[in-house]
Design a binder for this molecule. Structure first.
Ligand code: HSE
Length: 410
């Protein structure tokens, strides 16, 4: 069976390496006489690569070669990946991608196209790198109604937060290390500002809740404004700060979905997820909480998930994997500022009287603070919606909000 790879960057080259390294077992598991990489599409030449003789620059060669049955898309970005993948599915080829931007923006369209053509469109690597999560949700947890899914979905920001927590390192220095190690996106803004996590929680939410969720529907906040003292005040209260993507079914059947730095319970499994590792907690009505943990970024971990999908495609050439979700629905996603949560609040009080009033009205747990600017306090609230909390805080003219973050129940 012939395979093509589009995009010979970190992940694409990892796919080629892994297919060569484990060629015999991959071929056997694919139940094919052979598994051969025929083309690698890229704009660049790679004269020093062992795969240099497979490099091509013309997409139409892959599209029109009937011997190519499965195409791996590791180019990243929306265009021309969307056009290429659409053309390939229309031509009856199965496609495997690691491209979360593509799946988050166009998943419903591409899954529908794959369904029409009776081919597979698989994207295990698009969320959590090498962690099995798409397949477990669609298969192993299929008997459950999912109530909530919450994940540390971005290795770069988790690496940065870990360095800030454990080594008091500044954000810029930690980001440079993450880039050097090949974890960060080409434009690290997508990591730092939560855009990458947003795409991933959209994919997970679409899968768990059955309707396409667009990134524009998700309230997204990254770690840019996180300060070292928030991290340390959280620790003083027994919490660990993590950038989470959360999708939660709320009472009226609608969805609360957001990406934001949150305080997780110090004893929870999510709290101990450090460095570039990712973890995804799924709360099902039958299973309770289940946590998936592993390497969420990097060349071979991500290639591991891509190649697993290639094997699955090869084994299911004549039938489709049951992996679909429905059309987007207006009003399905609600304003998460209306959903009650416990909150972490840091702010500055103009005087002692204001401090006493704010504490009496809103604090359920004061946090120990050190080396703080004059008048600063930090506390946790009882459950309250963000709207109510902001309006209550605004009623104290002597209080200025410094930071406000959700506290999770896990
Ligand atoms: N930049 C991403 C991360 C890569 O750091 O998690 C994997 O999607």
């Amino acid at each position: 069976m012939n395979i093509a790879i589009m995009g010979f960057g970190v992940v694409g080259s990892g796919v080629a390496e892994l297919m060569e390294k484990n060629h015999a077992s991959i071929t056997e598991k694919s139940m094919q006489p052979s598994m051969n990489i025929k083309y690698i599409l890229d704009l660049r030449d790679f004269p020093d690569s062992p795969f240099h003789d497979k490099i091509i620059h013309d997409f139409s060669v892959i599209l029109h070669d009937e011997s190519v049955a499965i195409v791996v898309e590791t180019m990243g970005g929306l265009h021309p990946a969307f056009e290429f993948v659409s053309d390939l599915l229309r031509a009856g080829k199965s496609v495997v991608t690691s491209n979360k931007e593509l799946v988050a923006a166009k998943g419903y369209e591409l899954l529908t196209l794959a369904q029409e053509k009776n081919v597979n469109f698989l994207f295990e690597a698009s969320v959590g790198g090498g962690i099995p999560i798409i397949r477990p949700i669609t298969q192993c947890l299929a008997a459950n109604e999912i109530d909530e899914i919450a994940g540390i979905l971005n290795g770069t920001t988790n690496f940065i937060l870990t360095k800030m927590i454990a080594e008091n390192m500044e954000m810029g220095e930690a980001l440079a290390m993450a880039q050097h190690l090949g974890y960060a996106e080409k434009d690290p803004t997508a990591d730092i500002d939560g855009i990458d996590s947003c795409r991933k929680i959209c994919i997970l939410a679409s899968l768990c809740f059955g309707k396409h969720i667009y990134p524009s529907e998700v309230r997204t906040e990254g770690i840019r404004d996180v300060q070292l003292r928030d991290v340390s005040y959280a620790a003083n209260g027994g919490y660990v700060m993590k950038l989470l993507g959360v999708a939660r079914r709320v009472k009226n059947g609608r969805l609360c979905i957001f990406v934001a730095p949150c305080l997780v319970q110090g004893h929870s499994q999510l709290a101990s997820v450090d460095d570039v590792f990712n973890a995804i907690l799924v709360r099902g009505d039958a299973i309770g909480d289940v946590v998936f943990y592993g390497r969420g970024a990097g060349k071979l971990p991500t290639a591991s998930a891509v190649v697993a999908d290639v094997i699955d495609c090869a084994k299911h050439m004549a039938k489709r994997k049951l992996l679909d979700w429905g059309a987007p629905e207006e009003g399905f996603v609600m304003d998460c500022a209306e959903v009650p949560y416990r909150f972490y609040v840091r702010g500055v009080c103009a005087n002692d009287e204001t401090a006493e009033q704010v504490k009496a009205a809103l604090s359920s747990q004061m946090l120990h603070i050190t080396n703080a600017p004059s008048g600063e306090i930090a506390f946790l609230t009882e459950e309250i919606s963000e709207k109510e909390l902001r309006s209550s805080l605004a009623s104290f003219s002597g209080f200025t909000i410094g930071s406000l973050m959700r506290v999770t129940a896990y």
